[in-house]
Design a protein around this ligand. Structure first.
Ligand code: G3P
Ligand code: CA
Length: 231
């Protein structure tokens, strides 16, 4: 079972920041999940549409430039990273899962990804793009056919994983509370990986191991790593 640091090692450091991302790398995680919001001129790594919860700024991220967003404190003296900065910090060492939030200018995103692939800072294998917005995923798969996409869902649709199979997705990213044996069996039959979010409690981690999911997103990667070592 792969362990993804959710928003970096966000149980230990401010979410989606350099501190959380480098801590996750030091822990030896398999992957890092980060959230992407569009700014006026690029892509910021921040979960919310608004600055207010995670920084000392106020207002909507997409009404500001990256430089304006980056002037605020994201906790413990950290700043809101740009996507380009995260590509540099991670430097292709682990699987990087970009979760698209209010992300537009997807053509610019494709160009940024291609630039990082050509420069050798990111390999195709180490990129996974997920979103609750499956129209965005469909567009990305059409314009960047090699990219791995993860279909996010917060429920179990009646058709189980048919929606993800139709998108030619690599994985389904599912709320841990909706995972059961049937769901995992259905995903496996369709050749889809199952990644569960957000799995922090010991008993939930144990349940996910028992269900046979392929990976979990967790704010406390070392807890999951320790449990996996005991298995
Ligand atoms: O990508 C899984 C999970 O992060 C989705 O929910 O709100 O934590 O971004 P959220
Ligand atoms: Ca997320």
């Amino acid at each position: 079972m792969k362990v993804f640091a959710h928003r970096g090692a966000s149980g230990l450091y401010p979410e989606n920041t350099y501190a959380a991302i480098t801590a996750a790398l030091e822990l030896g995680v398999d992957g890092i999940e980060i959230d992407i919001q569009s700014t006026l001129d690029g892509f910021a790594v921040i979960h919310d549409t608004w600055l207010d919860r995670t920084t000392n700024g106020q207002g909507k991220v997409n009404k500001l430039t990256l430089a304006e967003v980056q002037q605020y404190d994201a906790g413990d003296g950290q700043f809101v990273p740009s996507l380009e900065q995260v590509f540099q910090w991670v430097n292709d060492r682990v699987l990087l899962n970009l979760e698209l939030k209010h992300t537009f200018a997807l053509d610019k995103l494709v160009k940024l990804i291609e630039h990082n692939v050509y420069s050798g800072q990111l390999s195709r294998e180490n990129l996974l793009i997920s979103s609750f917005d499956h129209h965005q995923l469909k567009w990305l798969k059409q314009h960047l056919p090699w990219v791995k996409i993860g279909a996010l869902t917060s429920s179990i649709p009646l058709s189980y994983c048919e929606f993800a199979e139709r998108l030619n997705a690599y994985s389904v990213h599912v709320d841990k509370n909706f995972i059961n044996d049937e769901y995992v069996a259905d995903a496996k039959a369709r050749n889809l990986k199952v990644f569960a979010y957000t799995v922090d409690k010991q008993e939930d981690i144990e349940d996910m191991i028992a269900f046979g999911v392929d990976g979990i997103f967790t704010n406390y990667p070392s807890k999951a790593q320790t449990l996996l070592l005991q298995k």
